[in-house]
Ligand binder design. Structure first.
Ligand code: OAD
Length: 229
């Protein structure tokens, strides 16, 4: 069997109406990343940070999965353990489309984390800086999201899957944020074929063997159909 690792980014959810970060008009042109997506920003102004993520959570909850999420769920159902689906996205649209075992390396908007004791729980609609942790009761509630300067989740598992991969596919991500941006080189060095699906090529150095240009809803659906149908 062919073993696949697929990495998705904001572009896979763009056609579900969730804004990307670095495209024109993207979230990082509206908000200061240092203020809302770093531990230092949270320490300085927790209300601002929680408000930013409360808005992200409301947006994510109102979004529905698109044909790209659907195609990846179909691929996962066919491949079982031979597909590792890694996402940088904090939304749950892969799961809503039916994907199981999605590896959320940047955390999940639907989870809350206690900054004091590390307990996690399902996020409420709105988080406030005074919310107590249900485990230790300290008012240290934050979203269970990986901020800049923090270590992404599940890295051992991801690198093991990349090491064993026959095919690595990067979908709808700009490749600006490490460590995810380095997965393609790692997989390629380990012998995988590398594929990019994006509205535009993100690299000019030939690190991707195949580059499929197009909106994810179309391009991912076609790519999956080429494997399964
Ligand atoms: P970016 O906003 O950096 O990149 C989105 C990518 O999706 C771009 O390369 C677009 O060309 C592509 N794209 C947009 N619409 C598309 C569509 N309909 N079909 C296919 N591709 C499309 O988002 P990410 O790469 O996901 O991290 O960003 C990586 C990380 O940076 C995020 O996880 C987040 C952010 O800061 C944290 O907050 C820690």
């Amino acid at each position: 069997m062919t073993r696949y690792v697929i990495l998705t980014g904001a572009g896979v959810s763009a056609e579900s109406g969730l804004g990307t970060f670095r495209d024109e008009g993207g979230l990082w042109s509206q908000y200061d990343l240092a203020e809302v997506a770093t531990p230092e920003g949270f320490a300085k102004n927790p209300g601002l940070v929680l408000g930013f993520y409360n808005a992200r959570r409301a947006n994510a909850r109102s979004a529905v999965p698109n044909a790209a999420h659907g195609a990846l769920a179909r691929l996962g159902a066919a491949l079982g353990p031979d597909l590792t689906l890694v996402t940088q996205n904090i939304d749950a649209l892969h799961e809503a489309a039916g994907s199981r075992g999605v590896v959320h390396m940047h955390g999940e908007i639907e989870r809350a984390l206690c900054a004091s004791c590390g307990q996690t729980w399902r996020a409420p609609d709105e988080m406030a800086p005074t919310d107590p942790c249900p485990h230790c009761n300290r008012p240290s509630t934050r979203p269970d999201i990986v901020w800049f300067g923090e270590m992404p989740y599940h890295m051992d598992r991801i690198y093991s899957a990349l090491q064993a991969a026959d095919v690595f596919v990067s979908i709808g991500t700009s490749g600006e944020v490490y460590p995810a941006a380095g997965f393609v080189e790692f997989a390629r060095s380990a012998g995988a074929k590398t594929v990019e699906v994006n509205l535009e090529p993100t690299r000019r150095d030939g690190v991707f063997d195949d580059v499929i240009i197009g909106p994810a809803t179309q391009a991912v659906a076609d790519w999956v159909a080429g494997i399964l149908d």
